[in-house]
Write a protein that binds this ligand. Structure first.
Ligand SMILES: [Zn+2]
Length: 243
């Protein structure tokens, strides 16, 4: 199972909602793209399903981790100009599944923010590399978000307890971290802001040797694979129209 070739991005997007499992997901995959959208006048908001309570690499007291990571995600958002960052309660890092309750909460967020576009993690596993992008929380959030886009958010009869929030049709979904992404966004000129966002995730990245080189090489490889000129850096997606 894989994605079809990407659709052309919609030309008239005003609002984008980014839905991810953990603090740092949006920044590793997409912070350059998000910075470009903000610069273009698009309103971007983040919805985080967990506070990344299973993350970290040292002996920071575990009960402090969710608070630290929430603050890190807010700082990272601010580095790329995103002001609205919301967290759901009640979902534990490493235990997210695409339940109807999670779909209902994402549906409520969609109906409140009314995005033209959703950015989320791929619900399709990359079998050649099951670590990283194919973390089960990422797959679960991609699946639950896709179900919230269709049919939940657009169906006025879904979730009677949300009837005060009018139905809303999200027209386009961008997936990151999936198999064979074919839509490149050139982030070369936005790379410093992506790095600033990533550096805000101190509990996750401060121990990585040669961090800037690792990230630069990763996005240089993405650019090369998708045919951008030498020296360019890119983030890559699959784009699906939902109509
Ligand atoms: Zn993650």
């Amino acid at each position: 199972m894989t994605f079809p070739p990407s659709a052309e991005p919609l030309p008239d997007v005003q609002r984008v909602l980014c839905v991810f499992a953990h603090p740092d997901d949006v920044d590793f995959g997409c912070a350059g793209t998000v910075a470009g959208w903000v610069d273009a006048g698009i309103e971007v908001a983040y919805l985080l399903i967990t506070r990344g309570d299973a993350g970290g690499f040292d002996d920071t007291p575990r009960d402090r981790m969710p608070l630290l990571r929430e603050a890190e995600q807010r700082a990272a958002a601010s580095a790329v100009g995103v002001k609205q960052v919301d967290f759901l309660d009640g979902y534990g890092d490493g235990t997210v599944t695409p339940t109807v309750e999670l779909r209902r909460e994402i549906t409520a967020a969609i109906r409140r923010f009314r995005p033209d576009r959703i950015l989320t993690s791929s619900p399709l596993r990359r079998w050649e590399r099951i670590a990283g992008p194919s973390h089960p929380d990422h797959l679960a959030v991609g699946e639950a978000t896709t179900c919230a886009v269709y049919p939940d958010a657009r169906n006025p009869f879904a979730y009677p307890d949300l009837h005060d929030l009018p139905a809303w049709t999200v027209r386009e979904v961008w997936y990151t971290g999936g198999p064979n992404p074919d839509h490149a966004v050139d982030i070369t000129d936005l790379f410093d802001r992506k790095l600033a966002a990533l550096r805000a995730h101190v509990t996750q990245v401060s121990h990585v040797e040669g961090f800037v080189d690792v990230i630069r090489r990763r996005h240089g490889d993405v650019a090369a694979r998708l045919g951008l000129p030498a020296g360019r850096l890119a983030e890559a997606y699959t784009i699906i129209r939902t109509g």
